[in-house]
Design a protein around this ligand. Structure first.
Ligand SMILES: Cc1cc2nc3c(=O)[nH]c(=O)nc-3n(C[C@H](O)[C@H](O)[C@H](O)COP(=O)(O)O)c2cc1C
Length: 300
């Protein structure tokens, strides 16, 4: 059975990866999960300098999901390169670094800094709903998406994944813009902007007022968007949004994804990623699929 997938020339042993921001750089999870079982580890977003993130509370539970407004807290690229890359290099998995910034220059500095590091791919987060500058401000405007993609591509030594926002009217417009800018792969979806009010305190549940909704609640929206994007561009698509089981992941593959990421599910089931990978193999065996790539886009 062949579970390998090829993303812009990078070969993953299977299509299962972690969703940025839900797995750190794998240290805490390595007690529960053999990281070498994963197709790739996608790290938490990293910026050119340390970011403190947003004030607390910045997490709230919702029905079949959660909201977060972490605000991309991260230790900055220097600490990341010194501490997290050597840790991940111990494992037989691909390393995908999620990059964030407030300006195009910020993103480019991180991309340039990573040029000589031993990482496999870059995922550019232009879709975070929880920061005032950068993030979603880029990701909602097709022209800005094309421009920042082109700037990043000029400097990147590794293949570039552009991570798209679902907080748009027509996600195929930003997908096509990223393709026009030279993106190698697209990933989607980031979180959906939401709001929760604590009626007993008569206050917002999150200090940031709004937060990004993730988890099983968003899966049908994510599957729909993956289907739309996969049919609108020629690039490989990494699908995510509410995946907790292999069945969920297979829906994304059939809708057109070449690979999948598991996010929020890691918080309540730290072994979810490996279970998804094993479940995909069981499905392939049950239905006689030789190659996992044979599932991609099978439902038209
Ligand atoms: C606590 C938290 C932190 C996140 N941080 C990042 C981040 O740093 N960069 C990014 O691109 N996406 C980030 N995301 C979005 C996830 O990678 C993913 O796109 C989204 O949560 C949908 O997948 P899920 O429903 O499986 O969690 C974060 C999500 C959560 C819940």
């Amino acid at each position: 059975m062949d579970t390998k997938v090829n993303l812009a020339g990078v070969e993953l042993k299977n299509p299962v990866m972690t969703a940025s921001g839900t797995f750190g750089s794998g240290e805490e999870y390595s007690e529960f999960v053999d990281l070498s079982r994963l197709g790739a580890v996608v790290t938490k977003g990293v910026a050119n300098v340390p970011w403190p993130g947003n004030p607390v509370p910045r997490i709230a539970e919702t029905k079949s999901g959660m909201m977060n407004a972490i605000g991309l807290q991260n230790p900055g690229i220097d600490v990341f390169c010194r501490r997290d890359i050597p840790f991940l290099k111990q494992f037989d998995t691909k390393i995908i670094v999620n990059v964030c910034g407030k300006t195009t220059e910020d993103y480019c500095k991180v991309v340039e800094r990573l040029a000589d590091e031993d990482v496999d791919m870059l995922e550019i987060n232009i879709s975070c709903p929880n920061v005032k500058e950068g993030g979603i401000a880029f990701g909602q405007n097709p022209k800005a998406v094309e421009e920042i993609t082109a700037e990043v591509k000029k400097r990147a030594k590794q293949p570039v994944i552009m991570k798209l926002s679902p907080n748009v009217t027509d996600i195929t417009e930003t997908a096509k813009a990223a393709e026009a800018g030279g993106a190698d792969v697209l990933s989607l979806i980031n979180t959906l902007t939401g709001m929760k009010i604590d009626i007993h305190r008569r206050a917002f549940s999150l200090a940031n007022k709004t937060g990004g909704l993730s988890g099983p609640a968003i899966k049908p929206v994510a599957v729909r968007m993956v289907y739309q994007v996969a049919n609108a561009v020629k690039l490989p698509v990494i699908g995510m949004g509410g995946i907790e089981t292999a069945e969920d992941a297979i829906e994304f593959l059939l809708a057109g994804a070449s690979a999948v990421s598991v996010g929020t599910a890691n918080f309540y089931n730290p072994t979810a990623t490996v279970q998804v990978a094993e479940g995909i193999e069981a499905y392939m065996e049950r239905y006689g699929f030789e190659h996992v790539s044979g599932l991609t886009g099978l439902v038209k």
